[in-house]
Write a new protein. Structure first.
Length: 87
């Protein structure tokens, strides 16, 4: 069963990549998505290494990296806000 699910996942990913890469406007969307994620990772590094925000250290675990990479700068701002308010 696991092998069947993994096969379906791989086939779906390949089909999605084929559809995305055939569209001209998809390249622009992919570039913007990567640019926003990169900017958020750079800001996360700056915030953690320089103490940009006093007393806030965002741990770099898979969950925070996924949120920052997917949501970009607003994701980083929301994680910092939650860190300041909840903890």
């Amino acid at each position: 069963m696991k092998l069947l699910m993994m096969g379906l996942l791989v086939i779906s990913m390949v089909a999605l990549l084929i559809v995305l890469l055939r569209q001209r406007f998809a390249w622009k969307g992919i570039f913007i998505f990567l640019l926003h994620g990169t900017a958020a990772f750079v800001l996360l590094y700056i915030a953690n290494s320089t103490g940009w925000i006093a007393g806030v250290h965002v741990p770099t675990n898979p969950l925070t990296l996924a949120a920052v990479g997917f949501l970009g700068v607003p994701g980083l701002a929301s994680i910092i806000f939650l860190k300041m308010v909840l903890i």
